[in-house]
Design a binder for this molecule. Structure first.
Ligand SMILES: *[C@@H]1O[C@H](CO)[C@@H](O)[C@H](O)[C@H]1NC(C)=O
Ligand SMILES: *[C@@H]1O[C@H](CO)[C@@H](O)[C@H](O)[C@H]1NC(C)=O
Ligand SMILES: *[C@@H]1O[C@H](CO)[C@@H](O)[C@H](O)[C@H]1NC(C)=O
Length: 307
């Protein structure tokens, strides 16, 4: 519902697929069904991935989340709420969600990039050393991206990159992790994207150093659940801090990095930061004109009625 209204107030329509350099991209985090989990009988629950893959207004879909880095057997764990409750691979707690591979391919054929998001609000993540982080980068590469493994939750689908939504653990190792993913993908014809979802409070406690050390392609900054910098304060420049992110972007390791406004898709998807769809559309339009680094919007929580 929110997205319909957002789109109708959006200035530029008809984007086909993802273009990193545009300022009107829309990303949706898919997998957690946070609205449907709270209101199981209400309309508005998250729909099958394939539905969103048919929507030409959507450009990027991070699948959320790999919420445990080292689960049973040392293998990562994914949690997709009620979207995948299938069996796990033997000796692991990693769900086999091969039934999603078709939808992922459809997304990619339609130009939508699909990435794997690591972390989330309730997660067990983190590294004790750079070498552990490098080795985990190989695991992620083999499990979701261009490598090979017997335990690939999305079957033959090769995702388009990795997103870091790190909200727990420690800052150790993420620079080494990103560098290793870049090395592993260096010789690929396929482009692999690396994004992060820092809190708007600057600098981010877990990823601040990493963001200064290695180039990311885009940031889905969380302007929600953060009263000290959140979207609800857009009209107060002493609180709303997109300008700080924009200034940082220009002198960051990738000066072409795109910064997205991360917003809850409904008032139930986050504690604070929800603004109505027309207001979010207006904020996006104003930000698009003011800040060159603006890359678009991303929404978390449910989205429905995208037709
Ligand atoms: C995006 O812009 C940068 C900087 O101008 C350029 O190097 C890059 O090729 C562009 N990428 C695409 C996909 O157009
Ligand atoms: C949800 O729907 C089921 C089936 O109709 C019903 O048994 C249940 O009481 C409903 N729950 C709520 C919270 O309305
Ligand atoms: C779960 O398993 C069933 C039966 O094999 C399959 O049809 C379905 O697509 C799977 N779901 C996912 C999300 O992989």
């Amino acid at each position: 519902m929110l997205l319909i209204a957002v789109i109708s107030t959006c200035l530029t329509l008809g984007v086909l697929g993802f273009d990193q350099n545009r300022s009107d991209n829309i990303a949706i985090y898919w997998g957690q069904n946070s609205y449907g989990a709270s209101f199981p009988n209400a309309s508005g629950s998250q729909q099958n991935l394939g539905i969103y893959c048919q929507d030409s207004n959507i450009n990027t879909i991070p699948i959320a989340f790999v919420d445990v880095f080292f689960g049973t057997g040392g293998v990562p764990v994914i949690n997709l709420a009620d979207s995948c409750q299938n069996a796990t691979f033997p000796g692991t707690s990693l769900l086999n969600c091969g039934g999603l591979s078709g939808a992922i391919s459809t997304c990619q054929e339609n130009g939508i990039i699909v990435t794997i998001s690591l972390g989330g609000g309730s997660s067990t993540v983190g590294f004790s050393s750079d070498s552990e982080a490098e080795s985990f980068a190989e695991t992620i590469w083999n499990t979701f991206l261009g490598g090979q493994s017997d335990t690939r939750p999305f079957g033959s689908a090769i995702l388009d990159g990795v997103d870091l939504d790190i909200e727990n653990g420690s800052p150790v190792g993420y620079t080494a992790f990103v560098n290793r993913i870049r090395v592993l993908s260096r010789d690929s014809v396929k482009k692999y994207y690396i994004s992060a979802a820092p809190q708007c409070f600057f600098p981010d406690a877990y990823l601040g150093d990493t963001l200064n050390a290695v180039g990311f392609d885009m940031l889905y900054v969380q302007f929600y659940n953060n009263p000290e910098c959140g979207l609800e304060h857009f009209n107060d420049p002493s609180i709303w801090n997109f300008d700080i992110w924009d200034s940082w972007a220009k002198q960051s390791p990738n000066p072409n990095i795109k910064i997205y406004i991360g917003a809850p898709a409904s008032e139930y998807a986050a504690g604070t930061g929800y603004v109505s769809a027309p207001i979010l559309g207006d904020i996006a339009a104003q930000t698009q004109h003011t800040f060159p680094s603006f890359g678009g919007r991303d929404v978390v929580g449910y989205v429905s009625g995208l037709r």
